[in-house]
Write a protein that binds this ligand. Structure first.
Ligand SMILES: Cc1ncc(COP(=O)(O)O)c(C=O)c1O
Length: 415
C-alpha cells in the first residue's frame, strides 16, 4: 500500500499544484463580464439600489431563473433568512424548527426575532431535516420550519410543505448551498429549490456556487410577503407611498448596485457552474463506487454539489479527523464533520449568549443537551468528511481527487 502523505509518503497532488479553490481566481467564475458590470455602475454615479436599476433587474432575473413570482435582494444569506423570519412575524417565545447541521446564519435570525430555535434531527444519508422528526416537534407555538438543502442535496421539502400546511405554519427553504437544485428525484422539469416553501433564501457569500463576496436573495410567490421583506430590508420605509415614514421595526439590509451588477453576471454563469459541478461529481462517484464502508453523495439527478460529502463507516472522532487530515495532506483539502459540533451545542445557544444578561428568548424556554439530535451527532462526530467541490475542476483534478480518496480509504478500510 502507498504510504500516506500524512505519514511521510508523497502526496497524490504536489503542494505546488493546488486544486482550484473558491478563495482563488482559479476556482471562481469572476471575469471580464463582472469587471464591465462594476465599471458600468461606477460610471453611472448611482451606487444605491434604492434608486438604481441593477437591483430591480437582478430580482426580476433571479425570480425568473428560479421560477418564483418575486425576489427580494439583501446583504447576505443571513439577512435573507432574517427577512424571511421577520415576515413570519413570530411573537416573542414562539418556536421555529431548524436543522442542527448548517451555518449559524440559518438560526441567528430566529433569535434576532425573539423566537426560540427548536432542533429537529436529520436523515442519516444526507444530513437534511427528517420530516418525521419535524412533525413530532410541531406544537401550539411553532410558527415555521426552516429546511436547509445541505451541501446541494435537496431536503424533502414537498413532504415538509405538506406537514407545515397541515399545521398552518410557514416553510422557509434555506437554499444557500443548493442553487438550481430540482426537488423531485429524476424529474428535470420539477420545481427548483426556493419555490416549494413560501420563502426561499439564497446567499452570495464567497464560498457559494456564485458570489459577490456577500449578498443575499429571497424568493416568494406572495406579493405581500415580498413587499413586507422589502420594507424590512429598508428600515420600515414604505418607498412606494412617497412618504418618509417608518411603519414597523426594521433594519437596513439593502443590496448595493455594485453587488447587484456583479450578481447579474454571476447569475448568467450559474447554469454552467451547476452543470460542470454535476459532471465532475458524476465522474468521481462512478469511479469511487463500490469502496467498502464509503457512502458517496446520493444523487437522484438533483444534487448540485456545493460540497462532495463522504460518509465513512466505523470511524471514531479522531479517526474521522485523521481521514480528513490525510486527504488534505494528499492535496485535497477536506474537513472532518463540516462543523465542530451541532449548532445547538454552540455557546451562543447552549449558554444563551443573546441580549445582555437576560438569556432571552432562550433561558427557561429551551435546553440544548448533548444527544438532542443523535443522527446529526453521529454524522458530525463519526461519519462525515467533506471534500470541496468546484466547477473549474479538470478531468486531471478529478483523477487526483479520486486517487486521494481511494488511497486514504484503503488505509482506513483495508480490503
Ligand atoms: C446553509 C446556509 N445558510 C445560511 C448561510 C449564511 O449565509 P451568509 O454567509 O451569506 O450570511 C450559509 C453560508 O454562509 C449557509 O451555508
Amino acid at each position: 500500500m502507498d504510504v500516506l502523505a500524512i505519514d511521510g509518503g508523497s502526496p497524490v497532488r504536489p503542494a505546488g499544484r493546488p486544486l482550484p479553490a473558491v478563495t482563488e481566481p482559479t476556482g471562481r467564475t469572476l471575469g471580464a463580464e463582472e469587471e464591465a458590470a462594476v465599471l458600468r455602475v461606477l460610471r453611472s454615479g448611482m451606487l444605491s439600489g434604492v434608486w438604481g436599476s441593477e437591483v430591480p433587474a437582478l430580482t426580476t432575473e433571479f425570480a425568473q431563473l428560479v421560477g418564483a413570482r418575486h425576489a427580494v435582494a439583501c446583504t447576505s444569506g443571513t439577512a435573507a433568512l432574517h427577512l424571511a423570519v421577520a415576515v413570519v412575524d413570530p411573537d416573542p417565545g414562539d418556536e421555529i424548527i431548524v436543522p442542527p447541521i448548517s451555518d449559524m446564519g440559518t438560526v441567528a435570525p430566529v433569535i434576532a426575532q425573539n423566537a426560540v430555535p427548536v432542533f429537529a434531527d436529520v436523515e442519516p444519508g444526507t444530513g437534511n431535516l427528517d420530516p418525521s422528526s419535524v412533525a413530532a416537534l410541531i406544537g401550539p407555538r411553532t410558527r415555521a420550519v426552516i429546511a436547509v438543502h445541505l451541501f446541494g442535496k435537496p431536503a424533502a421539502v414537498e413532504e415538509l410543505r405538506a406537514i407545515t400546511d397541515r399545521a398552518g405554519i410557514t416553510l422557509i427553504e434555506d437554499c444557500a448551498q443548493a442553487y438550481l437544485a430540482r426537488v423531485r428525484p429524476h424529474d428535470p422539469d420539477g420545481p427548483l429549490v426556493g419555490t416549494v416553501g413560501q420563502l426561499g433564501c439564497f446567499s452570495l457569500q464567497q464560498y457559494k456556487h456564485i458570489t459577490t463576496g456577500d449578498g443575499g436573495l429571497v424568493t416568494t410567490d406572495d406579493p405581500e410577503l415580498a413587499r413586507r421583506m422589502r420594507r424590512f430590508a429598508d428600515k420600515g420605509w414604505p418607498r412606494e407611498s412617497g412618504e418618509r415614514a417608518y411603519l414597523s421595526f426594521a433594519l437596513n439590509y439593502r443590496m448595493t448596485e455594485l453587488v447587484a451588477a456583479v450578481a447579474r453576471e454571476q447569475l448568467r454563469k450559474l447554469p454552467g457552474v451547476v452543470a460542470r459541478r454535476r459532471a465532475c461529481a458524476a465522474d468521481a462517484t462512478k469511479r469511487l463506487a463500490g469502496l467498502d464502508g464509503l457512502t458517496l453523495p446520493p444523487d437522484d439527478g438533483d444534487h448540485v454539489y456545493w460540497y462532495y460529502p463522504l460518509l465513512v463507516d466505523g470511524l471514531s472522532r479522531s479517526g474521522m479527523a485523521r481521514y480528513a487530515a490525510a486527504l488534505t495532506a494528499e492535496g485535497v483539502p477536506s474537513v472532518a464533520g463540516y462543523l465542530s459540533r451541532p449548532l445547538y451545542a454552540e455557546p451562543v445557544l447552549r449558554e444563551a449568549r443573546t441580549y445582555g444578561s437576560s438569556g432571552f428568548p432562550l433561558r427557561g424556554r429551551a435546553t440544548y443537551p448533548d444527544g438532542l439530535c443523535p443522527v446529526a451527532e453521529d454524522l458530525l462526530y463519526r461519519r462525515l468528511v467533506v471534500v470541496p467541490w468546484n466547477e473549474n475542476y479538470t478531468a486531471a483534478d478529478v483523477d487526483d481527487i479520486v486517487a486521494a480518496i481511494a488511497k486514504v480509504h484503503a488505509e482506513v478500510m483495508p480490503s
